[in-house]
Write a protein that binds this ligand. Sequence first.
Ligand SMILES: Cc1ncc(COP(=O)(O)O)c(C=O)c1O
Length: 439
Amino acid sequence: MTPESATRARGVLNRRALLTGLAAGLTLPAFRADAMRLAAQAGRGAAGRPAETIARDEGYWSEIGRAFDTDATLVNLNNGGCSPTPSHVLEAMIRDLRFSNEIPVHHMWNILEPRIESVRRELAREFGCDPEEMAITRNASEAMETLILGIDLKAGDEVVLSNQNYPRMITTWEQRARRDGIVLKQVSFRVPPRSPADVLDAFARATTPRTRVIEVTHITNLTGQILPVRDIVRMARPRGIEVFVDGAHAFAQFPFRRDDLECDYYGTSLHKWLLAPIGSGFLYVRKESQKRIWPLMAAPAAMDENVRKYEEIGTHPAANHNAIASALAFHREIGSARKAARLRALRDRWAKRLLAADPRVRVLTPLNDTEACGIGLLHVDGIPTDRLQVHLWEKHRIMTTPILHAEFDGLRITPNVYTTPAEVDLFSEKIEEALRKGI
Ligand SMILES: Cc1ncc(COP(=O)(O)O)c(C=O)c1O
């Protein structure tokens, strides 16, 4: 066989494999290896201009948007649940999975797994802690459950949380209460709160001399309210109370660092706002506190003060956590301040338009730069939230999240860096139409 005919034969085989795959319902991955180049190119054009100006520069954001292989027939306004990654991040993960699969015991364990140390170093640099305080987890749930289940507590010890904490964390605390007899105190606060001081006050009033832990979300998944974490830490520390911070939605959505919060414990997911692969997160535990928090899966005593004890989870793909590095590089190309400014501009675009359109519209998220960012909660009087969510998806292919809390409800809207103003406007139009005609 000549090289040409071999190439042709391979082509036929590949086409055949492809058609078989398509017949089986697979779709083609359309990788875009130049995602980083596009982001860097956009960055050069934006250099030196204020974040607020770039937030409205559609040329810049369309370059960023080209780094994603999204489907233009769908409007995804639930990026908060879990976000698509830019194509090069997905590609890095798939490349490593393929490489692992050649001989996992060598390629995965000996070559790829040790690269977790570079991921640790870069995440620590971004968050502002020492790498020895940074553990890589599979999500925020793993990070927060490590804290909740890992601290020694005895019957009668009290824990303060709010009824706006993430349900899985509340469930974890409730299981501890059933198992260990600890006492939970759940505070409630208005949406939006009257002021950050009101939230601080609600937590402070619930503490007693028996309080051992406060668990607080940095930004709630319900309304996108940013809570006064540093004030809560400052209130709690002199009382000997540990503060566990659930930052699932905060890291890489808006700029902040560990020292802005002064916290000792922080857990986050990275498949939300960092745009890292599905199944990635981190747990930060201050060095002095590591001996107080047991790992979820057992580790030897020699690791008691080693943050890697929280990564003793058995065999897992190295590909997912290594691709965090590619997502972080992309995030840094955009920059936290620009990203936050863009997300707020998109939020204001739908929220202000709908508020002006009809008195039945309420936005339960403060539209300012300090108490919220890209997440917004829209409540429409007279149209049930769950039905509105189904209507938008089934009739218009617009994905939103229904939030049904005991004290409030609404559609949670979370755009992303690839979301276009036209998509946000389509959402607003469809809400206005629903207000006019019903659903
Ligand atoms: C506040 C909060 N904490 C924790 C989680 C859990 O995140 P994951 O499912 O990635 O573990 C979420 C998910 O939406 C969340 O919003």
